[in-house]
Every structure is written in structure tokens, then in C-alpha cells.
Design a protein around this ligand. Sequence first.
Ligand code: DQA
Length: 144
Amino acid sequence: MKILIINGPNLNLLGEREPSVYGKKSFDEYFTILQFKLREVELSHFQSNHEGEIIDKLHEARIHFDGVVLNAAAYTHTSVAIADAVKAIQIPVVEVHISNTLARENFRKHSYIAPYASGVITGFGMKSYELAVLSFVELPDKNE
Ligand code: DQA
């Protein structure tokens, strides 16, 4: 199972950006821990501050990955183009947010992407990424 995590604008500053909202770990630090924890999944990570680069990566992902975990950051609330890309590709995309966007400013409550995502995970800190990756993993059925 190959999953690509895409992070949008300003998420390259995780660890130093508003630590009270986004935590003190850089994404690279978190990614190493996550990959160790979820050894059965082959994880890749891409970050960009540019809308078009995120769209290009979503297009590429449809050929190389089984699914995408997407934190489009502020583009979540503004980008029809990223939403169209999510709609256009055939692989599942899970939308994630570190903070609980529904408990913040009104402009963060709307997502252009959510209607085309297979699900949305928001508000669990960095753990939101882990929960999103786990949503792709087939858990053994205890009743079988
Ligand atoms: C975010 C929430 C967005 O509203 C914000 O613009 C971000 C990060 C989150 O992960 O909580 O940059 O996507």
C-alpha cells in the first residue's frame, strides 16, 4: 500500500509556526515516527506553498499511489482548482487538518475539497495524519 501525504502552504514551518495551534514538531520529525509506526504502509511526503504544484502532484499521485492524505492548509478554504483536481483523480483522497478548523474562525469552516474527499479528519493534532493513513489500512476483522 503506497500513500502520499501532501502538505500545503506554510506547513513547511510546522514546529515553529503557531506552536500552540500546530504543535512543536517539524513535519520531518513526525514523518519519521509515523513511517516507523506504520511499517506496513509505504509513505511518501510532498510539501508545497504553490497551488499549481499541489495540483500537479495530485495528478501524478493517481498513477503512483493507492491514496492521498491531503492537508491543503489555507487552500482548503479558497481553492476550486485543488478541489477539481481531487474530483478528477480516481484514487481516494482523505482531507486532514491538524487543528479543529470547525472551532476556529468562520472562514476556516468551509472546505472546497471535502465534498470530493473520501473523508475528513480534523483536530487531532499531528495524529490526524496517522488516523488518515489508517483509514486506508484494512484492519483484521476480529469476528472472522
Ligand atoms: C490547517 C488549517 C487551515 O485553516 C490553515 O490555513 C492551515 C492548517 C490545519 O492543519 O489545521 O494552514 O489546514
